[in-house]
Design a protein around this ligand. Structure first.
Ligand code: UDP
Ligand code: MG
Length: 315
């Protein structure tokens, strides 16, 4: 295989503090890689400016003037990291052999790209960057982020543990990604759904070099809910199961109510009220769960995801 043309895609939201350093680091990296014959000399960086309100847009233009290998797109308004990533990936799709996405703050060690590209050259389509430790994250960030992954898995969403959005995707994987029609984007959930050959590289995450996190707890929770509701109807199944359990409890309550009714003088109306409250409660929960299953199906249909992805054709 000839040295592949690599596109590095950076989502940028109000990243004026880090962007100049990040650009320098990544351009140096590309210089070294192309000197080693690892990547094609026309490999480049694409900043996907997510409607920043600071000087990010101007900085991208200045950086492009200084070195045209640094390119950019600007979204008309702030849509969040996932849509910004997708916009970047769809822009580079026809202009690269593989794309690597990485956060603009370079908390994820960019040197790992060497290993990612080597794996790609040996035929891997998706390479996941996985954090081996979170020592540099604050206690709060670590605990919330880890609960985030655990909760998702408990809810039946299959994701790679401790993998965020640092990953390499081959052009073939990008083509398949382009067929996913959903607007509630959760790339980490789509990746395992794409299939193809995958590999993992591990690294230790470092601290943000400058500026502050653009991912407060509220955005993390929103992303998590998006992930779960886009990929699994398990919460609905849980509602149904709770309803079913209540039905069992209902039988015991009914026996107890009847016993009290026979043995003592209860207030008139108490027994019938108790029986109907329990019975109806469990029935309603089960009904909601069943309706939810159908809504889950409709949800899958309207997303128009590809029903299969072809990896190879020998025709
Ligand atoms: N980001 C974005 N749009 C947003 C929020 C964040 O494009 O609405 C980008 C941000 O510029 C960065 C990446 O997403 O490149 C990750 O954000 P950050 O580093 O602040 O998250 P953290 O590392 O704290 O989880
Ligand atoms: Mg960060």
């Amino acid at each position: 295989m000839n040295a592949p043309r690599i596109a590095i895609v950076l989502p940028c939201y109000n990243e004026q503090e880090v962007l100049p350093t990040t650009a320098r680091t990544l351009l140096d990296l590309l210089d070294r890689f192309s000197a080693d014959g690892l990547v094609a000399p026309d490999s480049y960086i694409l900043c996907s400016n997510d409607g920043s309100r600071d000087a990010t847009r101007r900085i991208i233009a200045d950086l492009h003037a200084a070195d045209p290998r640094l390119k950019g797109i600007t979204l008309a308004h702030n849509r969040g990291q996932q849509p910004a990533l997708l916009a970047g990936l769809m822009t580079v799709r026809d202009h690269c052999d593989a794309a690597i996405t990485i956060d603009a703050d370079l908390q994820d060690n960019p040197e790992m790209m060497r290993e990612m590209i080597e794996l790609f050259r040996r035929g891997t389509d998706i390479v996941y960057g996985v954090r081996s430790s979170r020592d540099t994250d604050s206690w709060f960030k670590r605990v919330t982020a880890q609960s985030f992954y655990r909760f998702q898995n408990a809810m039946g969403l299959q994701t790679i543990y401790n993998h965020a959005d640092y990953r390499l995707m081959s052009r073939r994987a990008l083509d398949i990604l382009s067929q996913y029609g959903e607007s509630n984007l959760y790339l980490r959930g789509i990746m395992p759904d794409i299939g193809l050959s995958t590999a993992v590289v591990e690294y230790a995450r470092t601290e943000r070099t400058a500026g502050e996190s653009k991912y407060p707890l509220s955005k993390m929770i929103a992303l998590s809910i998006d992930g779960i509701t886009s990929f699994t109807a398990k919460p609905m199944r849980i509602i149904f199961l709770v309803g079913l359990c209540l039905m069992v409890v209902d039988i015991m309550v009914a026996l107890w109510v009847l016993y009290v009714h026979m043995a003592h003088h209860t207030v008139s109306g108490w027994s019938s009220l108790m029986l109907s409250v329990w019975f109806l409660g469990s029935l309603i929960l089960m009904a909601i769960g069943i309706v939810g299953e159908y809504i889950g199906k409709i949800f899958v249909e309207v997303k128009h995801r590809p029903r299969y992805n072809i990896e190879e054709k020998i025709f």
